[in-house]
Design a protein around this ligand. Structure first.
Ligand SMILES: *[C@@H]1O[C@H](CO)[C@@H](O)[C@H](O)[C@H]1NC(C)=O
Ligand SMILES: *[C@@H]1O[C@H](CO)[C@@H](O)[C@H](O)[C@H]1NC(C)=O
Ligand SMILES: *[C@@H]1O[C@H](CO)[C@@H](O)[C@H](O)[C@H]1NC(C)=O
Ligand SMILES: *[C@@H]1O[C@H](CO)[C@@H](O)[C@H](O)[C@H]1NC(C)=O
Length: 458
Protein backbone atom coordinates (compact mmCIF):
# COMPACT_ATOMS: atom_id res chain seq x y z
CA UNK A 1 0.00 0.00 0.00
CA UNK A 2 2.65 2.51 1.02
CA UNK A 3 4.78 1.55 -1.93
CA UNK A 4 1.94 2.32 -4.24
CA UNK A 5 1.46 5.79 -2.80
CA UNK A 6 5.08 6.73 -3.14
CA UNK A 7 5.32 5.37 -6.64
CA UNK A 8 2.24 7.15 -7.76
CA UNK A 9 3.12 10.53 -6.37
CA UNK A 10 6.71 10.47 -7.49
CA UNK A 11 5.36 10.04 -10.98
CA UNK A 12 3.41 13.26 -10.62
CA UNK A 13 6.38 15.11 -9.30
CA UNK A 14 8.27 17.69 -11.23
CA UNK A 15 11.34 18.53 -9.20
CA UNK A 16 13.26 17.05 -6.32
CA UNK A 17 12.07 19.84 -4.02
CA UNK A 18 8.41 19.19 -4.74
CA UNK A 19 8.97 15.52 -4.21
CA UNK A 20 9.83 15.94 -0.53
CA UNK A 21 6.66 17.92 0.13
CA UNK A 22 4.43 15.45 -1.63
CA UNK A 23 6.05 12.55 0.18
CA UNK A 24 5.14 14.15 3.46
CA UNK A 25 1.59 14.77 2.31
CA UNK A 26 1.34 11.21 1.19
CA UNK A 27 2.40 9.99 4.59
CA UNK A 28 -0.20 12.18 6.30
CA UNK A 29 -2.96 11.22 3.95
CA UNK A 30 -2.14 7.58 3.93
CA UNK A 31 -5.42 6.39 5.53
CA UNK A 32 -7.35 8.00 2.67
CA UNK A 33 -5.76 5.81 0.03
CA UNK A 34 -8.01 2.89 0.72
CA UNK A 35 -8.93 2.57 -2.94
CA UNK A 36 -5.65 0.83 -3.56
CA UNK A 37 -4.75 0.58 -7.20
CA UNK A 38 -7.80 2.28 -8.64
CA UNK A 39 -6.58 5.77 -7.98
CA UNK A 40 -5.48 8.21 -5.35
CA UNK A 41 -7.93 10.99 -4.56
CA UNK A 42 -5.79 13.52 -2.77
CA UNK A 43 -7.03 17.04 -3.38
CA UNK A 44 -3.46 18.19 -3.86
CA UNK A 45 -3.15 15.97 -6.93
CA UNK A 46 -6.36 16.64 -8.86
CA UNK A 47 -5.17 14.94 -11.99
CA UNK A 48 -3.83 11.84 -10.34
CA UNK A 49 -6.77 9.84 -11.63
CA UNK A 50 -5.56 9.99 -15.17
CA UNK A 51 -3.09 7.63 -16.74
CA UNK A 52 -2.94 9.65 -19.93
CA UNK A 53 0.38 11.12 -20.93
CA UNK A 54 0.73 14.25 -18.83
CA UNK A 55 1.24 17.19 -21.11
CA UNK A 56 4.52 18.85 -20.38
CA UNK A 57 4.37 22.27 -18.82
CA UNK A 58 6.79 24.76 -20.30
CA UNK A 59 10.22 24.83 -18.67
CA UNK A 60 9.59 21.56 -16.88
CA UNK A 61 12.71 19.48 -16.41
CA UNK A 62 13.45 15.92 -15.35
CA UNK A 63 16.93 14.89 -14.20
CA UNK A 64 18.06 18.33 -15.32
CA UNK A 65 16.84 17.81 -18.90
CA UNK A 66 13.83 19.61 -20.48
CA UNK A 67 10.60 17.59 -20.69
CA UNK A 68 8.78 17.35 -24.00
CA UNK A 69 5.57 15.34 -24.44
CA UNK A 70 5.65 14.80 -28.18
CA UNK A 71 4.43 13.36 -30.46
CA UNK A 72 7.39 13.61 -32.87
CA UNK A 73 10.51 13.90 -30.78
CA UNK A 74 13.52 13.37 -33.00
CA UNK A 75 16.04 10.79 -31.86
CA UNK A 76 19.37 12.61 -32.14
CA UNK A 77 21.57 11.52 -35.08
CA UNK A 78 18.96 9.08 -36.41
CA UNK A 79 15.99 9.07 -38.75
CA UNK A 80 13.65 8.10 -35.95
CA UNK A 81 10.88 9.96 -34.15
CA UNK A 82 9.28 9.12 -30.85
CA UNK A 83 5.47 9.42 -30.64
CA UNK A 84 4.52 8.23 -27.14
CA UNK A 85 6.04 6.13 -24.35
CA UNK A 86 4.06 3.88 -22.04
CA UNK A 87 4.68 1.40 -19.26
CA UNK A 88 4.05 -2.10 -20.60
CA UNK A 89 2.60 -4.15 -17.73
CA UNK A 90 1.49 -7.20 -19.70
CA UNK A 91 4.77 -8.98 -20.41
CA UNK A 92 6.76 -11.18 -18.05
CA UNK A 93 8.67 -8.19 -16.72
CA UNK A 94 7.89 -4.49 -16.55
CA UNK A 95 8.90 -2.76 -19.78
CA UNK A 96 8.75 0.66 -21.39
CA UNK A 97 7.21 0.63 -24.85
CA UNK A 98 7.84 3.61 -27.08
CA UNK A 99 5.71 3.94 -30.20
CA UNK A 100 7.96 5.42 -32.88
CA UNK A 101 8.32 6.06 -36.56
CA UNK A 102 11.66 4.97 -37.98
CA UNK A 103 13.61 4.85 -41.23
CA UNK A 104 13.45 1.12 -41.79
CA UNK A 105 16.94 0.66 -43.24
CA UNK A 106 18.65 2.15 -40.24
CA UNK A 107 19.91 -0.59 -37.94
CA UNK A 108 20.51 1.03 -34.59
CA UNK A 109 21.12 -0.26 -31.10
CA UNK A 110 18.81 2.05 -29.20
CA UNK A 111 18.82 2.60 -25.47
CA UNK A 112 16.22 3.93 -23.11
CA UNK A 113 17.60 6.57 -20.82
CA UNK A 114 15.18 6.63 -17.90
CA UNK A 115 14.81 9.36 -15.36
CA UNK A 116 13.88 7.45 -12.20
CA UNK A 117 13.43 9.36 -8.95
CA UNK A 118 15.85 12.03 -10.12
CA UNK A 119 18.51 9.59 -11.38
CA UNK A 120 19.49 8.63 -14.91
CA UNK A 121 19.40 4.90 -15.58
CA UNK A 122 20.05 3.37 -19.00
CA UNK A 123 18.71 0.14 -20.45
CA UNK A 124 19.36 -1.48 -23.81
CA UNK A 125 16.29 -1.35 -26.05
CA UNK A 126 15.06 -3.59 -28.83
CA UNK A 127 13.61 -2.29 -32.06
CA UNK A 128 10.62 -4.05 -33.61
CA UNK A 129 9.48 -2.61 -36.94
CA UNK A 130 5.86 -3.48 -37.76
CA UNK A 131 5.42 -5.53 -40.91
CA UNK A 132 2.63 -3.36 -42.36
CA UNK A 133 4.87 -0.66 -43.83
CA UNK A 134 3.58 -1.00 -47.42
CA UNK A 135 7.17 -0.75 -48.69
CA UNK A 136 7.48 2.85 -47.56
CA UNK A 137 10.93 3.74 -46.22
CA UNK A 138 9.56 4.80 -42.86
CA UNK A 139 7.50 2.48 -40.72
CA UNK A 140 5.86 2.14 -37.32
CA UNK A 141 8.10 0.62 -34.67
CA UNK A 142 8.05 -0.36 -31.03
CA UNK A 143 11.21 0.45 -29.11
CA UNK A 144 11.06 -1.51 -25.87
CA UNK A 145 13.35 -1.80 -22.90
CA UNK A 146 13.12 -3.57 -19.60
CA UNK A 147 12.71 -1.34 -16.57
CA UNK A 148 15.79 -2.02 -14.40
CA UNK A 149 14.96 -3.20 -10.88
CA UNK A 150 16.84 -0.18 -9.56
CA UNK A 151 14.16 2.05 -11.13
CA UNK A 152 11.00 2.13 -9.03
CA UNK A 153 9.22 4.78 -11.10
CA UNK A 154 10.17 5.10 -14.75
CA UNK A 155 8.59 8.54 -14.93
CA UNK A 156 10.45 9.85 -18.00
CA UNK A 157 12.27 8.26 -20.90
CA UNK A 158 14.45 9.34 -23.78
CA UNK A 159 15.33 7.09 -26.70
CA UNK A 160 18.93 7.44 -27.67
CA UNK A 161 21.93 5.74 -29.13
CA UNK A 162 25.17 5.52 -27.25
CA UNK A 163 28.43 7.20 -28.20
CA UNK A 164 31.70 7.22 -26.38
CA UNK A 165 33.85 10.17 -25.51
CA UNK A 166 37.18 9.60 -23.78
CA UNK A 167 36.15 6.16 -22.58
CA UNK A 168 32.86 7.42 -21.10
CA UNK A 169 29.50 6.67 -22.61
CA UNK A 170 27.56 9.73 -23.70
CA UNK A 171 23.81 9.87 -24.22
CA UNK A 172 22.62 12.16 -26.98
CA UNK A 173 19.36 13.46 -25.65
CA UNK A 174 17.68 16.83 -25.87
CA UNK A 175 14.61 16.04 -23.80
CA UNK A 176 12.81 13.51 -21.66
CA UNK A 177 9.29 12.34 -22.45
CA UNK A 178 6.77 11.56 -19.68
CA UNK A 179 5.87 7.87 -19.60
CA UNK A 180 2.13 7.15 -19.60
CA UNK A 181 0.17 4.15 -18.26
CA UNK A 182 1.98 4.07 -14.92
CA UNK A 183 -1.00 2.43 -13.24
CA UNK A 184 -2.82 -0.42 -14.96
CA UNK A 185 -6.57 -0.62 -14.45
CA UNK A 186 -8.83 -3.60 -14.94
CA UNK A 187 -12.14 -1.86 -14.21
CA UNK A 188 -13.73 1.51 -13.47
CA UNK A 189 -12.47 3.02 -16.71
CA UNK A 190 -13.21 6.72 -17.14
CA UNK A 191 -14.66 5.98 -20.61
CA UNK A 192 -16.56 3.00 -21.96
CA UNK A 193 -15.76 3.77 -25.61
CA UNK A 194 -13.08 5.91 -27.20
CA UNK A 195 -12.91 6.43 -30.96
CA UNK A 196 -9.45 6.92 -32.46
CA UNK A 197 -9.48 9.11 -35.57
CA UNK A 198 -6.02 8.52 -36.86
CA UNK A 199 -5.42 11.48 -39.11
CA UNK A 200 -7.29 14.68 -39.82
CA UNK A 201 -5.71 16.57 -42.66
CA UNK A 202 -7.12 19.51 -44.66
CA UNK A 203 -10.51 18.64 -43.23
CA UNK A 204 -13.38 20.94 -44.21
CA UNK A 205 -16.47 18.75 -43.81
CA UNK A 206 -18.11 20.63 -40.92
CA UNK A 207 -21.47 18.95 -41.28
CA UNK A 208 -19.92 15.49 -41.59
CA UNK A 209 -17.82 16.12 -38.49
CA UNK A 210 -20.75 17.21 -36.32
CA UNK A 211 -22.92 14.36 -37.54
CA UNK A 212 -20.17 11.83 -36.83
CA UNK A 213 -19.56 13.22 -33.34
CA UNK A 214 -23.27 13.23 -32.49
CA UNK A 215 -23.69 9.71 -33.88
CA UNK A 216 -20.76 8.57 -31.74
CA UNK A 217 -22.51 10.05 -28.71
CA UNK A 218 -25.74 8.26 -29.56
CA UNK A 219 -23.77 5.03 -29.84
CA UNK A 220 -22.34 5.46 -26.34
CA UNK A 221 -18.90 6.93 -27.13
CA UNK A 222 -17.48 9.18 -24.41
CA UNK A 223 -14.22 10.26 -25.97
CA UNK A 224 -12.93 10.87 -29.49
CA UNK A 225 -9.18 11.21 -29.99
CA UNK A 226 -8.24 13.07 -33.15
CA UNK A 227 -4.69 13.07 -34.48
CA UNK A 228 -4.88 16.41 -36.23
CA UNK A 229 -2.50 17.96 -38.70
CA UNK A 230 -4.50 20.77 -40.27
CA UNK A 231 -8.11 21.71 -40.76
CA UNK A 232 -10.23 24.65 -41.90
CA UNK A 233 -11.33 27.44 -39.51
CA UNK A 234 -14.97 26.31 -39.23
CA UNK A 235 -13.85 22.74 -38.57
CA UNK A 236 -11.54 24.09 -35.88
CA UNK A 237 -14.46 25.90 -34.22
CA UNK A 238 -16.37 22.64 -34.05
CA UNK A 239 -13.33 20.85 -32.62
CA UNK A 240 -12.83 23.63 -30.05
CA UNK A 241 -16.46 23.21 -28.99
CA UNK A 242 -16.04 19.48 -28.40
CA UNK A 243 -12.68 19.96 -26.69
CA UNK A 244 -14.31 22.44 -24.27
CA UNK A 245 -16.97 19.78 -23.61
CA UNK A 246 -14.24 17.24 -22.84
CA UNK A 247 -15.57 14.98 -25.60
CA UNK A 248 -12.63 15.39 -28.00
CA UNK A 249 -8.88 15.17 -27.34
CA UNK A 250 -6.70 16.69 -30.05
CA UNK A 251 -3.28 15.15 -30.49
CA UNK A 252 -1.20 17.47 -32.59
CA UNK A 253 0.06 15.39 -35.51
CA UNK A 254 3.09 17.09 -36.96
CA UNK A 255 4.65 14.20 -38.90
CA UNK A 256 4.50 16.21 -42.11
CA UNK A 257 6.81 18.89 -40.72
CA UNK A 258 9.52 16.24 -40.33
CA UNK A 259 8.89 13.71 -43.06
CA UNK A 260 7.29 14.23 -46.47
CA UNK A 261 4.10 12.31 -45.83
CA UNK A 262 2.31 10.30 -48.44
CA UNK A 263 -1.34 10.95 -49.13
CA UNK A 264 -2.02 7.42 -50.17
CA UNK A 265 -1.33 3.77 -49.80
CA UNK A 266 0.76 2.97 -52.84
CA UNK A 267 4.24 4.37 -52.95
CA UNK A 268 4.05 4.67 -56.75
CA UNK A 269 0.78 6.67 -56.70
CA UNK A 270 1.51 8.86 -53.73
CA UNK A 271 5.16 9.71 -53.35
CA UNK A 272 6.28 10.58 -49.86
CA UNK A 273 6.70 8.91 -46.53
CA UNK A 274 5.17 7.18 -44.61
CA UNK A 275 1.78 5.69 -45.59
CA UNK A 276 -1.24 7.98 -45.45
CA UNK A 277 0.08 10.70 -43.12
CA UNK A 278 1.46 8.14 -40.70
CA UNK A 279 -1.96 6.69 -39.93
CA UNK A 280 -0.72 3.37 -38.54
CA UNK A 281 1.64 4.90 -36.03
CA UNK A 282 -1.14 7.23 -34.84
CA UNK A 283 -3.50 4.27 -34.36
CA UNK A 284 -0.91 2.40 -32.34
CA UNK A 285 -0.25 5.41 -30.15
CA UNK A 286 -3.99 5.84 -29.62
CA UNK A 287 -4.45 2.26 -28.40
CA UNK A 288 -1.70 2.72 -25.80
CA UNK A 289 -2.74 6.25 -24.85
CA UNK A 290 -6.28 5.09 -23.93
CA UNK A 291 -5.39 1.56 -22.78
CA UNK A 292 -6.30 2.21 -19.15
CA UNK A 293 -8.65 5.14 -19.80
CA UNK A 294 -11.17 3.38 -22.00
CA UNK A 295 -12.81 0.00 -21.74
CA UNK A 296 -12.98 -0.28 -25.54
CA UNK A 297 -11.36 1.61 -28.39
CA UNK A 298 -12.75 1.88 -31.94
CA UNK A 299 -10.20 2.30 -34.73
CA UNK A 300 -12.08 3.92 -37.58
CA UNK A 301 -12.53 7.04 -39.71
CA UNK A 302 -14.98 9.91 -39.47
CA UNK A 303 -17.01 8.77 -42.49
CA UNK A 304 -17.57 5.34 -40.99
CA UNK A 305 -20.32 4.36 -38.57
CA UNK A 306 -20.40 1.00 -36.85
CA UNK A 307 -24.12 0.40 -36.32
CA UNK A 308 -25.80 -2.42 -34.43
CA UNK A 309 -28.90 -3.66 -36.26
CA UNK A 310 -30.91 -4.96 -33.30
CA UNK A 311 -29.49 -2.96 -30.43
CA UNK A 312 -29.55 0.82 -30.09
CA UNK A 313 -25.92 1.41 -29.27
CA UNK A 314 -22.49 -0.03 -28.57
CA UNK A 315 -23.20 -0.08 -24.84
CA UNK A 316 -25.67 -2.92 -25.32
CA UNK A 317 -24.07 -4.38 -28.47
CA UNK A 318 -20.63 -5.22 -27.09
CA UNK A 319 -21.76 -7.31 -24.09
CA UNK A 320 -23.96 -9.21 -26.51
CA UNK A 321 -21.04 -9.84 -28.86
CA UNK A 322 -18.92 -11.00 -25.95
CA UNK A 323 -21.62 -13.50 -25.11
CA UNK A 324 -21.98 -14.77 -28.68
CA UNK A 325 -18.32 -14.88 -29.67
CA UNK A 326 -16.67 -15.24 -26.26
CA UNK A 327 -13.85 -12.90 -25.37
CA UNK A 328 -11.45 -11.76 -28.02
CA UNK A 329 -9.12 -8.78 -28.34
CA UNK A 330 -11.61 -7.20 -30.70
CA UNK A 331 -14.58 -7.36 -33.04
CA UNK A 332 -14.43 -6.81 -36.79
CA UNK A 333 -17.30 -4.91 -38.42
CA UNK A 334 -17.73 -5.40 -42.12
CA UNK A 335 -17.41 -2.36 -44.34
CA UNK A 336 -20.50 -1.48 -46.40
CA UNK A 337 -20.17 1.29 -48.95
CA UNK A 338 -22.96 3.80 -49.51
CA UNK A 339 -21.84 5.73 -52.62
CA UNK A 340 -22.58 9.43 -52.29
CA UNK A 341 -23.32 9.75 -56.01
CA UNK A 342 -26.44 7.58 -55.71
CA UNK A 343 -28.51 9.83 -53.50
CA UNK A 344 -27.07 13.30 -53.56
CA UNK A 345 -29.72 16.04 -53.16
CA UNK A 346 -32.36 13.62 -51.91
CA UNK A 347 -32.88 14.69 -48.33
CA UNK A 348 -35.34 13.00 -46.02
CA UNK A 349 -38.08 15.22 -44.62
CA UNK A 350 -37.32 17.55 -41.77
CA UNK A 351 -33.69 18.16 -42.68
CA UNK A 352 -33.14 21.65 -41.33
CA UNK A 353 -32.22 24.52 -43.63
CA UNK A 354 -29.55 25.41 -41.10
CA UNK A 355 -27.46 22.46 -42.24
CA UNK A 356 -27.34 23.67 -45.83
CA UNK A 357 -25.19 26.65 -44.83
CA UNK A 358 -22.28 24.41 -43.99
CA UNK A 359 -19.52 22.79 -45.92
CA UNK A 360 -19.84 19.04 -46.13
CA UNK A 361 -22.01 16.10 -46.86
CA UNK A 362 -25.24 15.35 -45.05
CA UNK A 363 -25.08 11.65 -44.23
CA UNK A 364 -28.80 11.04 -43.89
CA UNK A 365 -29.83 10.94 -47.58
CA UNK A 366 -27.39 8.13 -48.33
CA UNK A 367 -29.41 4.96 -48.05
CA UNK A 368 -28.17 2.89 -51.00
CA UNK A 369 -25.72 0.22 -50.06
CA UNK A 370 -23.55 -1.83 -52.38
CA UNK A 371 -24.14 -5.47 -51.41
CA UNK A 372 -21.10 -7.31 -50.10
CA UNK A 373 -20.33 -10.69 -51.60
CA UNK A 374 -20.19 -13.05 -48.59
CA UNK A 375 -17.88 -15.37 -50.54
CA UNK A 376 -15.04 -12.89 -50.89
CA UNK A 377 -12.94 -11.00 -48.37
CA UNK A 378 -14.71 -7.90 -47.14
CA UNK A 379 -12.79 -5.19 -45.38
CA UNK A 380 -13.60 -4.12 -41.85
CA UNK A 381 -12.76 -1.88 -38.92
CA UNK A 382 -12.49 -2.93 -35.29
CA UNK A 383 -13.62 -2.16 -31.78
CA UNK A 384 -10.99 -3.59 -29.44
CA UNK A 385 -10.20 -4.17 -25.81
CA UNK A 386 -7.00 -2.10 -25.89
CA UNK A 387 -5.47 -4.05 -23.02
CA UNK A 388 -5.32 -7.12 -25.27
CA UNK A 389 -3.73 -5.29 -28.21
CA UNK A 390 -0.03 -5.35 -28.95
CA UNK A 391 0.06 -3.89 -32.49
CA UNK A 392 -2.75 -2.24 -34.43
CA UNK A 393 -3.04 -1.61 -38.13
CA UNK A 394 -5.53 0.14 -40.38
CA UNK A 395 -7.92 -2.76 -40.67
CA UNK A 396 -7.68 -4.64 -37.42
CA UNK A 397 -4.77 -5.89 -35.38
CA UNK A 398 -1.33 -7.09 -36.33
CA UNK A 399 -0.61 -8.66 -32.96
CA UNK A 400 -2.85 -9.19 -29.97
CA UNK A 401 -3.70 -11.51 -27.15
CA UNK A 402 -6.82 -13.23 -28.42
CA UNK A 403 -7.20 -12.08 -32.02
CA UNK A 404 -10.29 -10.51 -33.55
CA UNK A 405 -13.54 -12.10 -34.64
CA UNK A 406 -15.77 -11.14 -37.57
CA UNK A 407 -19.19 -9.99 -36.42
CA UNK A 408 -22.16 -11.37 -38.36
CA UNK A 409 -23.30 -8.44 -40.54
CA UNK A 410 -26.86 -9.21 -39.47
CA UNK A 411 -25.88 -8.20 -35.91
CA UNK A 412 -23.79 -5.12 -36.69
CA UNK A 413 -21.86 -3.67 -39.60
CA UNK A 414 -20.12 -0.56 -40.73
CA UNK A 415 -21.90 2.12 -42.75
CA UNK A 416 -19.33 3.89 -44.89
CA UNK A 417 -20.74 6.87 -46.75
CA UNK A 418 -18.19 7.96 -49.32
CA UNK A 419 -17.48 9.00 -52.89
CA UNK A 420 -17.09 5.79 -54.81
CA UNK A 421 -16.42 5.48 -58.53
CA UNK A 422 -19.47 4.14 -60.34
CA UNK A 423 -17.29 1.80 -62.40
CA UNK A 424 -16.90 -0.38 -59.29
CA UNK A 425 -20.57 -1.25 -58.87
CA UNK A 426 -23.77 -1.59 -60.81
CA UNK A 427 -26.48 0.87 -59.72
CA UNK A 428 -29.12 -1.86 -60.28
CA UNK A 429 -27.61 -4.05 -57.58
CA UNK A 430 -27.70 -1.54 -54.72
CA UNK A 431 -29.88 -2.21 -51.68
CA UNK A 432 -32.00 0.41 -49.97
CA UNK A 433 -30.96 0.47 -46.30
CA UNK A 434 -32.46 3.22 -44.12
CA UNK A 435 -31.12 2.03 -40.77
CA UNK A 436 -29.32 5.35 -40.24
CA UNK A 437 -32.74 7.03 -40.15
CA UNK A 438 -33.51 5.14 -36.93
CA UNK A 439 -31.17 7.65 -35.29
CA UNK A 440 -32.52 10.71 -37.14
CA UNK A 441 -35.01 11.86 -34.48
CA UNK A 442 -32.20 12.26 -31.98
CA UNK A 443 -29.45 13.10 -34.42
CA UNK A 444 -31.05 16.03 -36.27
CA UNK A 445 -31.79 18.29 -33.27
CA UNK A 446 -28.44 17.42 -31.67
CA UNK A 447 -26.50 18.35 -34.82
CA UNK A 448 -28.43 21.61 -35.23
CA UNK A 449 -27.75 22.57 -31.65
CA UNK A 450 -24.01 21.97 -32.00
CA UNK A 451 -23.83 23.91 -35.27
CA UNK A 452 -25.58 26.84 -33.59
CA UNK A 453 -23.42 26.80 -30.51
CA UNK A 454 -20.06 25.97 -32.04
CA UNK A 455 -20.40 28.40 -34.94
CA UNK A 456 -22.39 31.01 -33.08
CA UNK A 457 -25.43 30.99 -35.40
CA UNK A 458 -28.61 32.64 -34.10
C1 LIG B 1 -6.46 18.44 -14.97
O1 LIG B 1 -6.73 17.96 -16.27
C2 LIG B 1 -7.70 18.70 -16.96
C3 LIG B 1 -7.99 18.00 -18.29
O2 LIG B 1 -6.84 17.42 -18.81
C4 LIG B 1 -7.21 20.14 -17.14
O3 LIG B 1 -8.19 20.90 -17.83
C5 LIG B 1 -6.95 20.75 -15.78
O4 LIG B 1 -6.43 22.05 -15.92
C6 LIG B 1 -5.98 19.89 -14.99
N1 LIG B 1 -5.86 20.40 -13.64
C7 LIG B 1 -4.68 20.62 -13.06
C8 LIG B 1 -4.74 21.20 -11.69
O5 LIG B 1 -3.62 20.36 -13.62
C1 LIG C 1 21.08 12.67 -17.17
O1 LIG C 1 21.65 12.49 -18.45
C2 LIG C 1 21.61 13.63 -19.29
C3 LIG C 1 22.16 13.24 -20.65
O2 LIG C 1 23.42 12.69 -20.55
C4 LIG C 1 22.38 14.77 -18.65
O3 LIG C 1 22.31 15.91 -19.44
C5 LIG C 1 21.79 15.04 -17.27
O4 LIG C 1 22.55 16.03 -16.61
C6 LIG C 1 21.79 13.78 -16.42
N1 LIG C 1 21.09 14.06 -15.19
C7 LIG C 1 21.49 13.59 -14.01
C8 LIG C 1 20.64 13.94 -12.83
O5 LIG C 1 22.47 12.88 -13.90
C1 LIG D 1 -28.07 2.38 -25.09
O1 LIG D 1 -29.26 1.64 -25.25
C2 LIG D 1 -29.86 1.25 -24.05
C3 LIG D 1 -31.04 0.33 -24.38
O2 LIG D 1 -31.72 0.73 -25.50
C4 LIG D 1 -30.27 2.47 -23.25
O3 LIG D 1 -30.85 2.10 -22.03
C5 LIG D 1 -29.02 3.32 -22.99
O4 LIG D 1 -29.38 4.52 -22.33
C6 LIG D 1 -28.33 3.65 -24.30
N1 LIG D 1 -27.07 4.29 -24.03
C7 LIG D 1 -26.71 5.43 -24.63
C8 LIG D 1 -25.36 5.93 -24.30
O5 LIG D 1 -27.41 6.02 -25.41
C1 LIG E 1 10.19 17.14 -48.89
O1 LIG E 1 10.28 17.21 -50.31
C2 LIG E 1 10.66 18.48 -50.78
C3 LIG E 1 10.58 18.47 -52.31
O2 LIG E 1 10.66 17.18 -52.82
C4 LIG E 1 12.07 18.81 -50.27
O3 LIG E 1 12.46 20.09 -50.73
C5 LIG E 1 12.05 18.81 -48.75
O4 LIG E 1 13.34 19.03 -48.25
C6 LIG E 1 11.52 17.47 -48.25
N1 LIG E 1 11.36 17.56 -46.80
C7 LIG E 1 11.76 16.62 -45.97
C8 LIG E 1 11.48 16.87 -44.53
O5 LIG E 1 12.32 15.61 -46.35
Amino acid sequence: MIIFILVHLVYLDRTGAEKEIVHQEAAEKQPDFSLGTTHATSSSTPNSTTNALPSAEPHLTACGVPVQSGPMIKVAHHKAYVIGSYVEHRLSSKMIRTVAIVFRCEEVQYYCLLCCDGRNISAAASLDIHSDHFEFDYGTADITCQVPTTCTTPAYVAITSQTHEGGRSVWNIQSFQPVGNQQPRTKNFPYAFTVCISVMYDYMNVLGLVQAMEMFKLLGVQKVAIYKTKCYPDTQKVLDYYVRQGFVDIISWTVSSYINVSRGWKKSDSPGEPEFFGQIVALNDCVYRYMYESQYVALQDLDELILPLKEDNWTTLIPQLEKIYQHHAGFEFENNIFPISLSRNKTPENTPDLWKQFEGENLLPHVYRIPNDPNVFNNFKVIVNPRLVLKATVHGLLDSMGGTVRVDPKIARMYHIKSYPSKYFSPESVIRDTHLWDYADKLIPAVSEVLRQALNIQ
